[in-house]
Design a protein around this ligand. Structure first.
Ligand code: ADP
Ligand code: MG
Length: 267
């Protein structure tokens, strides 16, 4: 897929992280769902976010994407502050997020689902910039090409005219990834992208995520399958009770007694 690579992939740990979260706090009533979480996602990495149910992972995704506002703390995308921005502004800044339950339009075709995900003219994405100033016909052509390219990339071309409601759960997850890709994100935040997906489709999805990472896009992945996390991720962040218990390479996380005690269970 020839998109607009977010930037050359930098794995230099000294460079500005793709995402940095500092002392983030979010409470619901008396419950501290996110309670001082701090971690960074190196640019160009695939980083796994793991932790037991209720650890605060989804709330953290909501905070980063502007769905929720933190009580305190900082969120930076390539050094740029995100706190206070609306979800569409965060998306335009380059954050693409998928949900555990895909958000697709059931009564719309697969191709239209992608077309409707394209940024509008007020967006800041590369596609908007490309489209700005062109005629309506040229815009439509560019959009149709982009949809076709995205369908091809996900191997969904044969389903272009099918209604989304007829897709399997796994195909819907692929489509949701496609919708996110229409916004040309530099950071992909994926909430359990292969949970409940059949093995063949899960392999394809992971293969596509790897290809997107190879293009220079950073990936932050919530996933419960620890073998998958250890295999696919360059770095792992462990959350528990709203805080970040540990961060490191898969090897470091496996060897961390606190993680083993608190989460990986037994030793
Ligand atoms: P995870 O994704 O790691 O399973 P969540 O972020 O969904 O964890 O939840 C963290 C905690 O916050 C849980 O105790 C959950 O019940 C609570 N929580 C999440 N969203 C809300 C909400 N909108 N209102 C009240 N409590 C919430
Ligand atoms: Mg969750």
């Amino acid at each position: 897929m020839t998109l607009h690579p977010a930037s050359a992939s930098e794995s230099d740990p000294g460079s500005t992280p793709a995402l940095a979260v500092e002392d983030l706090v979010k409470t619901f009533g008396g419950l501290r769902a996110v309670d001082g979480a701090s971690f960074s996602v190196p640019a160009g990495s695939v980083t796994g976010l793991i932790g037991p149910n209720g650890a605060g992972k989804s709330t953290l995704f909501d905070l980063v994407t502007g769905v929720l506002s933190p009580e305190s703390g900082e969120i930076r995308l390539r050094g740029e502050r995100l706190v206070g921005r609306a979800p569409h502004e965060v998306a335009a800044a380059g954050v693409g997020r998928t949900f555990q339950t895909p958000k697709t339009f059931a009564g719309m075709s697969v191709a239209d689902n992608l077309a409707f995900a394209a940024p509008d003219q007020t967006g800041e994405s590369a596609l908007s910039a490309l489209l700005r100033g062109q005629t309506v016909a040229a815009e439509e052509r560019a959009l149709a090409e982009r949809v076709a390219e995205t369908l091809d990339f996900l191997d969904l071309s044969h389903l272009a005219d099918a209604y989304a409601r007829g897709l399997s759960g796994g195909q819907r997850k692929l489509l949701e990834l496609g919708r996110v890709l229409m916004l040309d994100p530099s950071l992909l935040m994926l909430d359990e992208p292969v949970a409940g997906v059949n093995p063949a489709l899960a392999d394809r999805l992971l293969d596509r995520v790897r290809a997107l990472n190879d293009e220079g896009r950073t990936v932050l992945l919530v996933e419960h399958d620890l073998d998958l996390v250890m295999r696919e991720c360059d770095y792992v962040v462990v959350m528990q009770d709203g805080t970040t218990l540990a961060t490191g390479t898969p090897e470091e996380i496996r060897a961390d007694d606190r993680v083993v005690d608190a989460y990986l269970g037994g030793g």
